[in-house]
Design a protein around this ligand. Sequence first.
Ligand SMILES: Cc1ncc(COP(=O)(O)O)c(C=O)c1O
Length: 401
Amino acid sequence: MTNRNLFLQHLGQTSEAPLALEIVKAEGAKLFDVNGKAYIDLIGGISVCNVGHRHPKVIEAIKKQLDDYLHIMVYGELVQSPQVQYATMLTQHLPPSLNSVFFTASGSEATEGAMKLAKRFSKRTQVIAFKNSYHGSTQGALSIMGDEYWRNAFRPLLPDTMQLNYNSFDDLENITQRTACVIAETIQAEAGVIAPQNNWLKALREKCTATGTLLVLDEIQCGFGRNGTLWAFEQFDVVPDILLLGKALGGGMPLGAFIADKKIMDSLSREPVLGHINTFGGHPVCCAAGLAAFKVLLEEKLIDSVKEKAALFVSLLKGSGAFDASRPLQVRHCGLMIAIEFENFETNKKIIDELILQGIFTDWFLFASNCLRIVPPLVISKEEIIEACTIFTRVANTAST
Ligand SMILES: Cc1ncc(COP(=O)(O)O)c(C=O)c1O
């Protein structure tokens, strides 16, 4: 039996139509399947592989850590150098109020931890989030997911949650002195790349400050240089009370974190103790990999080229002549987080399927199934961008005729 058949038979499936490609090697911005076919990776493990697949310095750091120790104890008890070094370096690149890092094993767990921290610290219960936001699939994170279609199948969920419209100034009035925290993606990813407009994020920050509500910004997908600055919030002149990180945080290994001021974070360690605990949060190999990836991101100045690469993508896509002039291609982007909007899912799916056949790996967004996703490793070369866009042009034009 082939691995593909065994995959379908023995692995829990997330849909009835998984891609089920068998990838046997990944390098830089390329994937290679079992038949030796190469793909330009326009997804980067969904915004995980910012420094590229298997960067040599990340591999070296992992190998070095393997020689010292793997898991030795649950999170929070022992001094583990990879955790300490990574947390210290992260805080050195964050505003002074984000000085305490709680490592988790995933992005969803970071969301859970942050919600618990906000409730504990504020002694309030209400958690507010936004429509079309994604913060994870565990039940707490699912309770604030921005679409009733996905939440409904699992009710009852957490009480005292509310979803507001992203970018709505009027809706901010719902944030009151009852609200423990407001959680927002700094740039909404799964909504199909929606950025905050007209100082809305600043107004949100001000409303949170005025009501004593903690502002949680989720940069699990948009952090680590993807939008042209190390953290997306830098572009909007706000600082969150709690920052959520994941995905690229682990350099290709599973890792999440919520980061706050120590004065806030300390409330998880008393009355009662053990406010949030886990076994694998901050796994030493993951922290070693993440730290190495973070250093690569900064030392190789990968963020410096994000805007230029994004501009190249956008100009080639818009100039592709895909569809006719009366229906110009709709492209939204924030750095190397790009969404191409089609009129419906069917057209998008047809194009995605054909692109994959032609060696371009992409997909759609959870809340925007009519939008094609381009969130490549930041190391993608100009030649790879040109090749990907040339193939896209051919495929999209054929699909539209
Ligand atoms: C913005 C955002 N928050 C949270 C999560 C959840 O992270 P994880 O899948 O690691 O649990 C994701 C995952 O896609 C995400 O995109």
